[in-house]
Design a protein around this ligand. Structure first.
Ligand SMILES: [Cu+2]
Length: 145
């Protein structure tokens, strides 16, 4: 009986040792993986991606108001406004009154619809933007730095 048991015990012990080695190896394998994923997330946080970095600003029109009353831009740098009109009852548009630099505006229309407006203002300053059908209710300031 003892002779028969010993190989069983030995096999069990070997199996146990194999599991331990496998466990240890998998732990070792995990360490670099964890280190890598930490490195990746650090890399991601070091290079945040935001829409404003590409000069795209989204503005909504809803219930006769704009989603913001203040926009910013950089002199000489292209600005892209994504004008999202969510209003299916009243006509709206987005219009930047940039004086000598020009008028930049989307079409006046019913929503839901999205229009893109791209323009460049060379001179730093404060400019008005408005909806041409509701200039008193829907307006704001575009600050060019
Ligand atoms: Cu309007």
């Amino acid at each position: 009986m003892n002779i028969q048991l010993r190989p069983e015990v030995g096999r069990a012990a070997r199996a146990c040792l194999k599991r331990r080695i496998a466990g240890a190896l998998s732990l070792l394998a995990l360490v670099p993986l964890v280190a890598c994923s930490n490195g990746d997330s650090n890399g991601d946080s070091a290079t945040p991606v935001s829409l404003s970095e590409f000069g795209v600003t989204t503005i909504l029109a809803k219930s006769n108001s704009f989603s913001t009353a203040r926009l910013t831009g950089v002199a000489g740098q292209e600005i892209t406004i994504k004008f999202y009109n969510q209003d299916s009852v009243n006509l709206h548009n987005f219009h930047v009154l940039a004086g000598g630099e020009g008028d930049f505006k989307t079409e006046i229309e019913l929503g839901p619809d999205t229009q893109s407006l791209t323009f460049t203002i060379k001179a730093a300053g404060t400019y008005r933007f408005q909806c041409d059908t509701h200039p008193d209710q829907m307006n704001g300031t575009l600050v060019i730095q």
